[in-house]
Design a protein around this ligand. Structure first.
Ligand code: SF4
Length: 460
């Protein structure tokens, strides 16, 4: 029987196997940030073990960083200490750190691809759930816990049970205004937040084949929101063109040699998956979530389902919504375009294209937070900054920002935030804040109108 893309990458990285048990997997790249690494560094110190391959570890500061006045000392003591500790740990262990203010700084899942650190066929881990993002390159990438971060520090390996395989195919052509985020929210709404439990997902079909790398990263980023260990997409010419010429990408003849290897990273026609799902692209429309998990999503033109279920009702009560209600016309006060899901240049191009020549509504606080210094630079180079500033948007400095309430960018209690991030859990964006997940296009339209609109009416 043939092999899946996942099998091919996994099998190549197996160092040893326990008969009928777990396997030891070699990890090519270990990405770290300030939140989940300190405990692992302490563990190493306690055991008097040194880092096995510091040259394969890359660090950034992203979760705790402020997104204004990054040149000034950080006001928040906890955040300041977290960053100082990361700087100290990286210096002591000879790890490359792209700290605050560095030209390569940004959200770990944005900078590793844009620097060419993420490449097809690799294994990548990070003490962060959304490591699944890197699967867009045909890599096995997944989040790990703190004790596993220490394991990788010490051995560059992990002891793991091989996950089951799932293929999600989306076939056909997407309608105008339907973005990668809508595809992800649609699939999660259809399958639920635990459909992927114990599985690694391969996204296949012409929708993903025709998607940009930015779009593929958005989809793989969201794969863990359906409970999967990670998601991946077979590398192709779009992938190679994205990787080529980036700082850490192989150069010249080495690049061509790598492409010849990457070309083999496709699921064989006779490979079998433990589970398969197929969707029709023409059924997907701009999406929005109405509840407190990413599976509680619907087409923006639809009404909230009428389910009799205690946790469903609790979730709607938190959001202040009713069963059967449409969200069209609902006023919101915050719009956030950012996070490792949607903070790449393509996301800001989409938003700027909609916003150009318009003014944001007076009730709206519109926060735009690039995923990296490079994205911020490109926004300026393309003149998107003036479009946003003239429209009354607030263009901030890179970081995780309002994706999670771990820095200064918190959504106030009781406020709605239409957000391009990946999680709408209770309190995720601030205590009592209410998150509605959308694409950058829907976020931009909400900022202009000051309320949720049926964007599909403007797209015909
Ligand atoms: S942007 Fe959000 S989801 Fe992504 S790494 Fe930062 S906190 Fe995690």
């Amino acid at each position: 029987m043939g092999k899946t893309l996942f099998d091919k990458v996994w099998d190549k990285h197996v160092v040893d196997s326990v008969p009928d048990g777990p396997q030891i997997l070699y990890i090519d790249k270990h990405l770290i940030h300030e939140v989940t690494s300190p405990q692992a560094f302490n563990e190493l110190k306690k055991r008097n073990v040194s880092l096995f391959r510091p040259d394969q570890v890359v660090a950034t500061a992203d979760h705790n960083t402020p997104t204004v006045n990054q040149h000034l000392p950080i006001k928040d003591v906890l955040s300041r200490n977290q960053l100082a500790q990361l700087t100290k740990n990286c210096a002591e262990n000879d790890i490359e750190l792209y700290g605050l203010g560095h030209e390569n700084n940004g959200i770990i899942h944005v900078i590793a691809p844009e620097l060419g650190i993420t490449q097809p066929g690799m294994t990548l881990v990070c003490g962060d759930s959304h490591t699944s993002t890197h699967g867009a390159f045909g890599a096995i990438a997944f989040g790990i816990g703190t004790s596993q971060v220490a394991q990788v520090f010490a051995s560059q390996c992990l002891l793991l049970d091989k996950p089951k395989s799932m293929r999600i195919s989306v076939k056909g052509k997407l309608k105008k205004g339907v973005l990668a985020k809508d595809v992800a929210l649609y699939v999660i709404a259809k399958l639920g937040t635990d459909a992927g439990t114990g599985h690694f997902v391969e996204f296949a079909g012409d929708v993903f084949e025709n998607m940009t790398m930015e779009g593929r990263m958005t989809v793989c980023n969201m794969s863990i929101e359906m409970g999967a260990r990670g998601g991946m997409i077979a590398p192709d010419q779009i992938t190679y063109a994205y990787v080529k010429g980036r700082n850490f990408a192989p150069k010249d003849a080495d690049f061509d040699k790598k492409v010849a290897v990457w070309e083999r990273l496709k699921t064989d026609v006779d490979a079998a998956f433990d589970c398969e799902h197929t969707f029709d692209a023409s059924d997907i429309e701009p999406m929005i979530t109405y509840g407190t998990n990413p599976g509680m999503g619907m087409k923006i033109s639809e009404s909230i389902p009428t389910k009799n279920n205690a946790s469903f009702e609790k979730s709607l009560a938190y959001m202040g919504f009713k069963k059967g209600e449409s969200l069209i016309g609902k006023e919101v006060n915050y719009v956030f375009i950012g996070s490792c899901t949607n903070s790449r240049i393509e996301d800001f191009r989409v938003a700027a294209n909609y916003v150009k020549g318009k003014q944001k509504a007076v009730n709206i606080n519109a926060w735009l937070v690039p995923g990296s210094q490079r994205v911020a630079k490109q926004i300026k180079a393309e003149g998107l900054d003036s479009i946003f500033i003239e429209a009354g948007f607030e263009l901030r400095q890179p970081g995780c920002s309002a994706c999670l309430a771990m820095n200064d960018d918190k959504i106030p209690e009781g406020e709605y935030c239409v957000s391009t991030s990946n999680r709408n859990f209770e309190g995720r964006q601030g205590q009592g804040a209410k998150t509605l997940l959308v694409s950058p296009l829907v976020a931009a339209a909400t900022a202009i109108e000051g309320k949720i609109i049926d964007i599909t009416k403007q797209l015909n």
